[in-house]
Structure formats: structure tokens, C-alpha cells
Design a binder for this molecule. Sequence first.
Ligand code: BGC
Ligand code: CA
Length: 435
Amino acid sequence: MKKALALVLALVMVLGLAACGGGNETQQPSGGGTPAPATTPDGNSGGGEVANKDKPLVWFNRQPSNSSTGELDMDALNFNGSTYYVGFDANQGAELQGQMILDYITAHIDEIDRNGDGIIGYVLAIGDIGHNDSIARTRGVRKALDTAVEEGGVIKSDAVGVNADGSATAVKDGKLTINGKEYTVRELASQEMKNSAGATWDAATAGNTIGTWVSTFGDQIDIVASNNDGMGMAMFNAWSKENNVPTFGYDANADAVAAIAEGYGGTISQHADVQAYLTLRVLRNALDGVDIDTGIGTADDAGNVLSADVFKYVESERSYYALNVAVTADNYNDFLDATKPYAPVANQLDTSAHPTKNVWLNIYNSADNFLSATYQPLLQNYDDLLNLNVEYIGGDGQTEANITNRLGNPSQYDAFAINMVKTDNSASYTALLNQ
Ligand code: BGC
Ligand code: CA
């Protein structure tokens, strides 16, 4: 009897706390904590009771950071005790991409130099010179091909424009010794693929640019490298497929994986199936008020769990990072279905224990190949499994306001998932939640 009374009292206290979450400025930034559930006391969703600033928030794909220095924006990452970032390990993936290209060159050394001038020439499509993922990939390719130039201990990631004679200062001519013979590698050209309206990672721009590069360099181009598959496939379709020039991207979008059968050189899977899960899972856990590791490193009540070889969590950065895998002619058959939920975390949650909640989520650019063709379809599969009612907003890729204008009433939602246009712009969103 006494026990029951104590339980009721405890419950009343918990609900009371959740209801006045508004006054709670400094929730603990701890990964293992149990944040107050963002529900109304009657357990229903749509909670006007929890202040918007205390609701679970996940940044994904674009990590809050300074676009010039790459420094993480810890204020945004610690916005409240239920704030996280979900992305992937950019450096590990970038190294893999560089290695994949180097392995290809090594395996095809006898035919790679198309004009036989002793120089292996490549062109590089850069996504966004201020985006950490893009910077890492540019560096990864340059490092593996020995064209990297360091400044202050870091590899330069600037675009060179055109580098016909090897005199560019952001890169150098690399030297590779393969089967006892030395080859020169030159980054003939590189450019940020930004369209006139300002959208970055722009596939159409890459498709046009390859034409310009070909008219300048012709058969000096032996390899086409790209910071992502959207741009890589645009170049492949516009030119390299027909000319049998190996083209390498990143993301393992379904069309790119399928193109490996037609000569696309390879791509990197950033395990979008794991990232999309984590994006919604951290919100689910915060909303349920359970340990954040539930269904992640620790199996949940439905048996969902991730193994340590597919993700890592860095507590000091409040960030989950999926790990990457190279996808080449050797293994592409396993990656053809890019939008299939990852089997170890594809179990349906029970609605009685995990009632439906409303989530606002935006994709920064509805024209981004990776986000719209791979990531969003995955999110749409997981939202059902996790009982989340997600409203998807697609941005124009250029202005934050185009997206924030559509978050008119944050009080309608229980949690938020944000994909910024620019990694510096977290405040455009947090300002709306602080109101
Ligand atoms: C992806 C790109 C995408 C970019 C958008 C990157 O992680 O690899 O394909 O365009 O995110 O932010
Ligand atoms: Ca050559």
C-alpha cells in the first residue's frame, strides 16, 4: 500500500517536472541521461506542455560548424539535453575514397594512361568548399594520389580551377610507384559545383563542367573524381561512360551502384541506412524518456541494435557517426537497394509502449540526389517502424529562410530534425525554438 502511494507520488513529481520543463535552462549534456519525455501529462503527442526549446532536436547531414575553420558549433550541439548530431565519419570515408581510386589505378595501371604521356590526369568535382564532408573528400583523394599540399599541418582543399601545366599551388604533381615504375599524377582541374542561384553539390553544374574540361584536356583525363555521386553520375552520363573513363563518387546512391556494371569506377556507402535510423532513433528515445543508447548500442524491446562496426558515438561532440564502406565492382551487388532499412534495426516498435509522436524534419535541398533519393526514402521507412509521424519539408538548397518560414508553429511538434543549408546557420533554427 505504502509502495503504491510512493509510486503515485513519484509519478506526480515526474509529470510535474516535465510540465514545467520551460524553466529548465541547463539540462545535463550527458549521453546516458534520461531526459524528460516531451509528452503532455496525459501521454498524448503534440505537447504544448513542453517548451519548444526543451524538445528533442537532432541535426543531421550538416554538422553545426564554422564553414571556414570546420570548428564544431558546440552551442548548437548542446542546445538542450536532448540534442544530437547524426552524420558519418567523414575522415574515415574520405580515406576510403582515396584508397579506392588508388587501388583502381594500381589494378589498371597498364591501360589507365589514355594518351600515354606518363601522366595520370584526373579532374575533381567539389561539392561545397565550406562543408566538412566535401573538404574531407577532396583531401582524401589528394592524399592518396600524392597531389596534396599541406599548409599549417592540414591538406589544402581549395579548388584549383584549371591546372594544365601542374603549376597550381593548392596541389602538386604526385608521384606513384607502381610495379617498380614511377608515374606522375596531376589534378588537371577542380571546381566547386555551385549553380548561379547558389546551390552547392550541384549535379547539373558538374554535368556541364565536364564538357568544358573535356574540351580543354581531351584524352589527358584518365580519371574523374567527385565529392558525391550526384555530381559523379552527371559527369558519367554526360561523358565518361561513353568514353570508358573511370568515375568515382560517394554516397552509394542506387543509380550510381547500378552504374558500376556499366563502368562507373566505384562509390562509398556512408551507411545512410544506419544514419537515417539514428536520426529518428535518438528522437524516439528522448521522447520515450529512455536511455539514449536504447536500440542503438543496447537492444530495445523489439530487438533493434547496431553493432560497433557500423557506427560510433563521440560524447564530447554529441555526435553519432556511421562508418563507411567502399562499393566497387567486387561487392556492388550487395548495395543495389539503397533505400532498404538496415536489417538489425528494422523491427517495428509497439505503439502502446512507444506512442505516435509528431516530428518536423527538413531536407535542405529537395534536389540533392543523396538526400532525396537515398536518405529521405530511408527515413520514411523508419518513421513507420518507430511510430513517428514526420512532416518532411524540402528546401531550395539556397536560403535558410525558405525552410524556417515553414516552421511557423513549432508547438505543434514533439521533436525536430534539421538539415541546414549552411553549417554556420544553426541559430536561424534555434531562434525559432527559443521564442
Ligand atoms: C552527401 C552529399 C550531399 C551533402 C549534402 C553529403 O554528406 O554525401 O551527397 O550532397 O551531404 O549536405
Ligand atoms: Ca596521360
